[in-house]
Design a protein around this ligand. Sequence first.
Ligand code: TYD
Length: 135
Amino acid sequence: IMDRHKMIEFKQHGDDRGKLVVVEGMKDVPFDIKRIFYIYGSDSKVVRGQHANRRSEFVLINVCGSSKVRIRDGNRDEVVELDKPHTGIYIPKMVWKDMYDFSEDSILLVLASECYDNSEYIRNFDEYIKEVIVE
Ligand code: TYD
């Protein structure tokens, strides 16, 4: 497990038929992929996410269009733009994330290290800060 978020550049397998990106668990991303979901139909005004996860690690890829993700962890506060189908961001557990500025055509693919468990989500920022400072 890494404790720092980082951009991941995936290899593009391209030829005259087009391009293909492969994302394999424990190879192209630093965890086994147990769940995927994708977010679309969000507009430039909404803010999604707004939570931290006690156990899940994620990789976010805008396979179409663009969005921004703001990442906070008690020390750091960074904004990353996602706008390429071959670039993802790895987000470790216990990081607060906000996704916003979705383009109309945005499809944000999310790969997760854990199956969905609502009880591992921290949805209150003050509660999150208390937990992350104690850690
Ligand atoms: P939500 O956590 O609000 O989405 P995001 O954080 O990406 O903005 O999830 C929206 C709804 O989908 C909510 O009712 C919970 C449900 N959901 C699942 O059932 N399983 C999942 O893996 C995820 C991510 C969400």
